[in-house]
Design a protein around this ligand. Structure first.
Ligand SMILES: NC(=O)c1ccc[n+]([C@@H]2O[C@H](COP(=O)([O-])OP(=O)(O)OC[C@H]3O[C@@H](n4cnc5c(N)ncnc54)[C@H](O)[C@@H]3O)[C@@H](O)[C@H]2O)c1
Ligand SMILES: O=C(O)C[C@H](O)C(=O)O
Length: 337
């Protein structure tokens, strides 16, 4: 499976991998029966790094596994029924979690907290117990709050390694890149956009000034573009009219992020993609988790890159984002006290 690598910023040329180092990663998808889980499982089945694919859900995962398992790539696929969570997590390197309820029109991501906080707490408890060394990628919303929940669960279990827990904000990068391409006519693979902050509304901060293609967009067009990236999720929720939120573009973004992670785990250097992680960048302002460009490596987070040079407009956006993030993070932490 080929992802446009230039939208994952690489510092060095991609290396060629021998087949033995390529297919080496064991992956579990939690929520594999859902709107994201099914196409994500399909894309992971196509990823040449994946050796074993375990599909778990409280409903339907064995059926999805039987279906995806017929695809003629080298990985093995196994489905796990609701009472087999521990078995699904045993011995895996990476756990990807799109489990939990999605939004309906009129809801904010924060409205999902009431249901998804406990889903995440319980799944994180199982991951911390059965596969504490696995890299945990969290797609479930509200990402800004549930990543702190999972982190606190790991801390309480005495197995927390902040390098190994990620909130997947890759869809914001995918959207920003696509929307700029639509305005400029340039190929998206040549115009990657960095997006920092968090993953909801005004906590999403696209840094168009850092892109040669996008920095020429100014005035109303700039404002509209920022709004579209910050509220792109709402566009999909409204268009689906009660049938859920983004699933296919999210599966693509999740598989793309996972592919970057697999390459980092396999030793490829210079694989950098924005993600929401435990971060020192704004911790002194009470914002312990923040999405910025993350270099991926054999242990997960290799290096957290700063936001870099930004315009006054972007500084304003960042200020608002930090205020929102602080509240979202506190809400997550308070849930696990
Ligand atoms: N991070 C992002 O950018 C992003 C993008 C889109 C959606 N999301 C979020 O992803 C989540 C899933 O969205 P969806 O559209 O796939 O929803 P969905 O309802 O289609 O699927 C969710 C799946 O999770 C399963 N599930 C629920 N509780 C579970 C548990 N305890 N253990 C295992 N599986 C469980 C359900 O059975 C279902 O199959 C939502 O919270 C949504 O807001 C995040
Ligand atoms: O908008 C949502 O609720 C789903 C997701 O976070 C998105 O950005 O599409």
């Amino acid at each position: 499976m080929m992802f446009a690598r230039s939208s994952v910023r690489t510092l060095t040329q991609a290396r060629q991998f021998s087949s033995s180092s390529a297919r080496q990663t064991k992956v579990t998808v939690l929520g594999a029966g859902g709107g994201i889980g099914q196409p994500l499982s399909l894309l992971l089945k196509l990823d040449p790094h994946v050796k074993q694919l375990n599909l778990y859900d409280i409903r339907g995962a064995p059926g999805v596994a039987a279906d995806v398992g017929h695809i003629d790539t080298g990985s093995e696929v196994q489905g796990f029924a609701a009472d087999k969570l521990d078995d699904a997590l045993e011995g895996v390197d990476v756990v990807i979690c799109p489990a939990g309820v999605p939004r309906k029109p009129g809801m904010s991501r924060d409205d999902l907290f009431a249901t998804n906080a406990s889903v995440l707490r319980d799944l994180a408890t199982a991951v911390a117990r059965v596969s504490p060394k696995a890299i945990f990628l969290i797609i479930t919303n509200p990402v800004n709050s549930v990543v702190p929940i999972a982190s606190r669960v790991f801390e309480k279990a005495g197995v927390y390694d902040p390098k190994r827990i990620f909130g997947v904000s890759a869809l914001d990068v995918v959207r920003a890149t696509r929307f700029v391409a639509a305005l400029t006519g340039k190929d998206p693979k040549d115009t990657p956009i960095t997006v920092v902050g968090g993953h909801s509304g005004e906590t999403i901060v696209p840094l168009f000034s850092q892109s040669p293609a996008a920095k020429t967009i100014t005035g109303e067009a700039y404002k509209n573009l920022v709004h579209r990236v910050q509220f792109g999720g709402d566009e999909v929720v409204q268009a689906k009219a009660g049938a859920g939120s983004a699933t296919l573009s999210m599966a693509y973004a999740g598989a793309k992020f996972a592919n970057a992670l697999f390459r980092g785990l396999a030793g490829e250097k210079g694989v950098i993609i924005p993600s929401y992680v435990k971060s020192p960048l704004y911790a002194s302002q009470g914002v312990e988790f923040f999405a910025s460009p993350i270099e991926l490596g054999p242990n997960g987070v290799e290096k957290i890159h700063p936001v870099g040079q930004i315009t006054e407009q972007e500084q304003e956006l960042l200020k608002v984002a930090l205020e929102g993030l602080k509240k979202n993070i506190q809400k997550g932490y308070a849930f696990v006290q």
